[in-house]
Design a protein around this ligand. Structure first.
Ligand code: FEO
Length: 162
């Protein structure tokens, strides 16, 4: 069964969102490097790479369905933050936004009775649950410790293990 033009456009749009996410996390990584938090910088760099992988998964899926991938323009991300807590709160909010985007794609796939796309999207539904959980638990840890620099460094060291 042929994939619809509207689904091709929606997936291309999601590929842009994944690359935008990658850039957001790359900028967060750069912020942390500059602030001397190498563990958090490492965590964010890994996240950046994961987002590129997400984009690639969608790109490969389009190819598999014989559809065209259009290389998107990537939005310039925010460069500076107040502190580590603000960064991870922003990351968590961003993941919630991405989840809402994935759910909309699922809605479209259901509406179009596109079972192949529904099946492909299942991986992303599960992945979003994990990404929200990861970022929100870091927010909780940072909130628990407040702005005490010593404790932020403990979280930093912990995140170096990712
Ligand atoms: Fe690709 Fe973090 O969602």
């Amino acid at each position: 069964m042929k994939i619809s033009d509207s689904m091709i456009a929606a997936i291309n749009d999601q590929i842009k969102a994944e690359f935008d996410s990658a850039y957001i996390y790359l900028a967060m990584s750069s912020y942390f490097e500059n602030e001397g938090f190498q563990g958090m910088a490492h965590w964010m760099k890994k996240q950046y790479k994961e987002e590129v992988e997400h984009a690639e998964k969608f790109i490969d899926y389009l190819y598999q369905r014989g559809a065209r991938f259009i290389v998107p323009e990537i939005a310039k991300p925010k460069e500076s933050y107040e502190n580590a807590l603000e960064v991870f709160k922003t990351a968590y909010a961003h993941e919630q936004y991405v989840t809402s985007r994935i759910y909309k794609l699922v809605d479209l796939a259901v509406e179009e009775k596109d079972y192949a796309t529904q099946s492909m999207l299942k991986w992303f539904v599960d992945e979003q649950m994990e990404e929200e959980d990861n970022t929100s638990s870091i927010v909780n840890k940072l909130e628990m410790f407040g702005s005490d620099k010593h404790h932020v460094y403990i979280v930093d060291r912990e995140l170096a293990a990712r």
